[in-house]
Design a protein around this ligand. Structure first.
Ligand SMILES: Cc1cc2nc3c(=O)[nH]c(=O)nc-3n(C[C@H](O)[C@H](O)[C@H](O)COP(=O)(O)O)c2cc1C
Length: 186
């Protein structure tokens, strides 16, 4: 196994820079990212690629607008933060879990597969040296956002937003699980 997996680390969205990511790399990340285990090859997930002016449009028309609705007494600082959430990234890959009815394959497995898409997109981007982070924040649970991305309310869910950008500095290490707390041999 390459050292990549031992050292792999996300870069916080607020620490990444948002210059353009070449289309060629984005295509590679997407092509490799969707190669995930998927019981029955049902593709029970979808990816919306959000970049360019769409980032600002969603910040203003969905995130900030919905935040104001839910937080009428928000401070100027909070509004400033909410007005720029998506613009922290160069590209955002919104992963939707879109389960379907199936006589044999449980919904749970379809949901797991969409998590695999998120992790795979993240790793693929990081393997090319990009800064990337899997975030949900509050707006992954917002109905307007789900519908804007083409999700069916009450059925589909936003599994995550994969923020992609450039590293400004190497990230510091994060607290990692102690293997003996989480791994046991039968
Ligand atoms: C489903 C999911 C949602 C997450 N949402 C957030 C979030 O909203 N805010 C946050 O600070 N971290 C969030 N994280 C955590 C970070 O993406 C990530 O776990 C952390 O930065 C360390 O990642 P690494 O192990 O790739 O270095 C989320 C992780 C997952 C799996």
């Amino acid at each position: 196994m390459s050292d990549f997996y031992i050292k792999r680390r996300s870069v916080l969205a607020r620490k990444m820079s948002s210059e353009k990511i070449p289309d060629e790399d984005l295509k590679k990340i997407l092509a490799a990212g969707i190669r995930v285990p998927d019981h029955g090859a049902l593709n029970p997930w979808k990816i919306k690629v959000i970049k360019g002016e769409k980032l600002k449009i969603i910040d203003e028309n969905i995130i900030l607008t919905e935040f104001k609705k839910e937080n009428p007494n928000a401070s100027e600082i909070q509004l400033e933060t909410e007005s720029k959430r998506f613009q922290r990234a160069s590209v955002i890959l919104a992963v939707l879990s879109t389960p379907l009815e199936h006589p044999k394959i449980p919904t749970w497995e379809m949901i797991l597969s969409s998590g695999a898409v998120c992790m795979n997109l993240l790793s693929c981007a990081q393997s090319l040296g990009y800064a990337a982070q899997w975030l949900t924040e509050w707006y992954a649970y917002n109905k307007k956002m789900l519908e804007y991305l083409g999700g069916r309310s009450e059925i589909d869910k936003i599994s995550g937003f994969i923020y992609l950008g450039h590293k400004v500095e190497e990230p510091t290490e994060r607290r990692r699980p102690d293997p003996k707390n989480v791994i046991n041999y039968l």
